[in-house]
Design a protein around this ligand. Structure first.
Ligand code: PAF
Length: 312
């Protein structure tokens, strides 16, 4: 596994893999045996868990070369957010990357990523003013800007993102399409603990009691799944679905709801409260952001025309 900290080294390492392949043998021009060498990219902010591991596994399955980036991106954190305390463990992250068969790890410093004050921002409109975008102004501008920069550095064919950040997936898909970026976004399922809690680097902040009560998120989404799978109950309206989720979450005294939203996916348009689940023709996402103490957790479930794609 190659570990690089500078953009020039990263570009060189990827160019060599594209030219010589994994075994270092130079591709012969025009050879029928040679198919294009694909680069799969997993961008992360580190403190890797099994959710990240599942992205690396998918990348390993689909691409010839797997590139992982670990960079806690300051421009996607608000002034009162957890940038300074965001958990970091480089040695452990490198072990996970090695275990998952990553080829190249990119570990830039802030100065390497932002050598001069950034005057160019990538901003996806509309999709970013709701859900997490409403409570974290500027967050998605930071995400799209850094991901666009990373795409320019890595030049991936495929890029892997977890559906736990479903809005991030929708926003990045929009950016890639709008800007004709030559990369395919591969959304990957949410990975959960055995008791249902969606994996997140921020779960380490939870006390034992908060951790226990945070299970109301996945429990409420499990109820959504049951309702959406049940043909008879598909007469459920969006309002009833909302109330069911809200009742489950407020059963936890420690839960402080930031939002419960039921929207179309990936266009993230609101649905009418009296609309019946069965009448909605697009995919639906039920998305949650709930604080336990200072820790803000997100989770979601996507319903695709009655069929639930993601596992709760
Ligand atoms: O999902 C994340 O970890 C981050 O938002 C990303 C995509 C690595 C950009 O910093």
């Amino acid at each position: 596994m190659i570990i690089v900290r500078e953009v020039a080294q990263l570009r060189q390492a990827i160019a060599e893999r594209r030219q010589f392949g994994a075994d270092g043998a130079k591709a012969e021009q025009g050879s029928a045996a040679i198919r294009p060498h694909t680069v799969g990219f997993v961008p992360t902010m580190g403190y890797l868990h099994e959710g990240h591991a599942s992205l690396m596994q998918k990348a390993r399955e689909m691409a010839d070369t797997v590139v992982l980036s670990i960079f806690v991106n300051p421009i996607q954190f608000g002034p009162n957010e957890d940038l300074d305390s965001y958990p970091r463990d480089e040695a452990r992250d490198l072990e996970v990357a090695r275990r998952e068969g990553v080829d190249i790890v990119f570990l830039p410093t802030v100065a390497e990523m932002y050598p001069q004050p950034t005057r160019t921002k990538i901003r996806v409109s509309a999709l970013t003013d709701r859900l997490c975008g409403a409570s974290r102004p500027g967050h998605f501008d930071g995400v799209t800007t850094v991901v666009a920069k990373l795409f320019n550095m890595v030049g991936p064919d495929l890029a892997f993102f977890g559906m736990k950040d479903a809005q991030q997936v929708a926003v990045l898909q929009q950016m890639v399409t709008d800007l004709n970026m030559n990369v395919t976004i591969v959304p990957c399922p949410i990975v959960r603990e055995a008791d249902g809690l969606a994996l997140s680097s921020r779960n380490v902040y939870l006390s034992a009691e908060q951790r226990e009560q945070a299970l109301v998120l996945s429990q409420s989404l499990r109820k959504v799944r049951e309702v959406s799978e049940d043909d008879v109950q598909n007469t459920f309206t969006i309002r009833q679905l909302y109330q069911m989720v809200e009742t489950t979450i407020t059963s936890s005294p420690l839960a402080d709801i930031d939002y419960i939203e039921i929207l179309t996916f990936p266009s993230l348009e609101p649905l009418l409260p009296e609309q019946r689940l069965s009448d909605v023709e697009e995919d639906i996402i039920v998305a949650l952001a709930v604080k336990f103490g200072n820790t803000r957790l997100i989770d979601n479930i996507r319903i695709q025309k009655g069929e639930v794609l993601l596992h709760v």
